[in-house]
Design a binder for this molecule. Sequence first.
Ligand code: WTA
Length: 646
Amino acid sequence: MHDTIHPVPADWSQSARVDAAAYEAMYRRSVEDPNGFWAEQAERLDWIKPFTKVKNTSFAPGAVSVKWFEDGVLNASANCLDRHLATRGDKVAIIWEGDDPSESRSITYRELHAEVNRFANVLKKLGVAKGDRVTIYLPMIPEAAMAMLACARIGAIHSIVFGGFSPDSLAGRIGDCHSKVVITADEGLRGGKKVPLKHNTDTALTKTIGDEKVLVIRRTGSEVAMHAGRDYWYHEIAATVSDVCEPEPMNAEDPLFILYTSGSTGRPKGVLHTTGGYLLHAALTHEIVFDIREDDVFWCTADVGWVTGHSYIVYGPLANGTTVVMFEGIPNYPTNARFWQVVDKHKVTIFHTAPTAIRALMQAGDEPVKSSSRASLRLLGSVGEPINPEAWEWYYRVVGENRCPIVDTWWQTETGGVLITPLPGATPLKPGSASWPFFGVQPAIVDADGKIIEGACEGNLVILDSWPGQMRTVYGDHDRFEQTYFSTYKNMYFTGDGCRRDADGYYWITGRVDDVINVSGHRMGTAEVESALVSHTKVSEAAVVGYPHDIKGQGIYAYVTLMHGVSPSEDLRKELKNWVRAEIGPIATPDLLQFAPGLPKTRSGKIMRRILRKIAEDEFGALGDISTLSDPAVVDDLIANRQNRK
Ligand code: WTA
């Protein structure tokens, strides 16, 4: 079978920031002379004290260390705000589009600067100082970006927890980094439904040390409980402080933020990013991958609770002085035409979303798309999970009317910014492939023995050398950082992804090869869902796997063994699904739950997930060798009662 190829449109190869020749030359230079290349690129940032050293990194076993620009001093918020005031003070920084289509708001760079200064002073008044951790648990309102930049301004380390996470998940993340302040809102608003953020925060704080303060932003105006001495209204303190706060000089390697993400073990990891390298990588990739121009209106539909929101709603675009759209709502509220109405309303030129949203909208048909003009669009983006060629083609043909290139950007919370991606003026597009490495990125594919394989091949994706946006450590647990990413293959960063490379050197990400599943572009550790299930008194054992899901990419399939004497029932199935929902959050709710009297185990007691995956996929004809199971008969029962029948 031949892959479809969409050549680079002539106008793009002429006008884009980087054409094919420039890509080749710049890529070669970036890997042959990383110090020279990145020193030059780093000039795009404003440094309080220039760096003299560029790259100082090692992936060596037992001595993994990542430092970039280590003697440079800068401030991320000053780079996103102050330096634009002279030339872009009256330019719109954030166009906020509310959940309700009648609500929107524009904030200029000058206004955003003043608000962030004020916010920084509010944090100071609550006792927050350089190095302190601040948890942000907010809906998609401008204050979320302001809170991030206010932390950056005073050198506090923000840790955003997605507003869809439960009180328990929130409590774990507040506790792990021992946050001094939690910033939340009375309620969030999504798809016309209220999300009780303050109430969730109250519940979470019954499970933490209890010395945290809470800063509450008024969003819906609903009544919420306020605990004297602990809870403060943002608007009340804001009225008492000035809107001038000098940015704190930060070393390039001072932490900027922590973001918790799922891995193959139970507890989420606090991925730590620092100031200089991260900001440079976010800003440079944003400009080059999306070919950013001064008058672009850039809309990334992610939530700031995920890394995509950090890098491509806040830090990258604002460092570049771009106008961004920030959207509070969801793709299908009030109708399936919402995205395209917002595109028309704000004249969006670059639209960046996740394959799960594209697939859902594709299912709703072409009509809602065609009811809009979309004439302002010039470039489309995809991120978060592999995009199937059918969804890619629909996005290209129907949304972009065969006019807009699609950049399919592969990266991870750990990588800080995009690592593998087409560039719209340089890369012929193959639907479903993230294509080629970005500057400075050296991907390789290894076989089961960890040997690098060349040419067209398939195996596991590793990165051979550091890039500026790489995570520096797992917060408070450097051993776990080394163990997770550098112990599987020596001297290489292991991504956790499987990958194929074709004869043209295009990379095709095939999905996670560890116990992480990708549900609607959200990372979920199967171990997290399992531990939520076994914490229910009626559950004795649980195993969770992913299975192919038309809209979500992967769905969550749970096998549950009940305690002795407990009988399975539809009510219990519902109860257990709701239990996980309440323990972790709605995104973790199992799609399918099968009661299993026994799980397939080896004689040494290890659950054979390979078999569970096959049955979940409804591919039980190909179970392979099951003779090593301690009780092969359990497999017959699993097959007979499987929940996914195609
Ligand atoms: C997957 C999101 C295929 C991948 C930015 C990765 C992708 C995980 C793509 C990271 C893509 C992300 N094509 N797969 N374009 N982008 N992934 O940390 O499995 O939430 O390891 O970062 O998402 O998810 P994370």
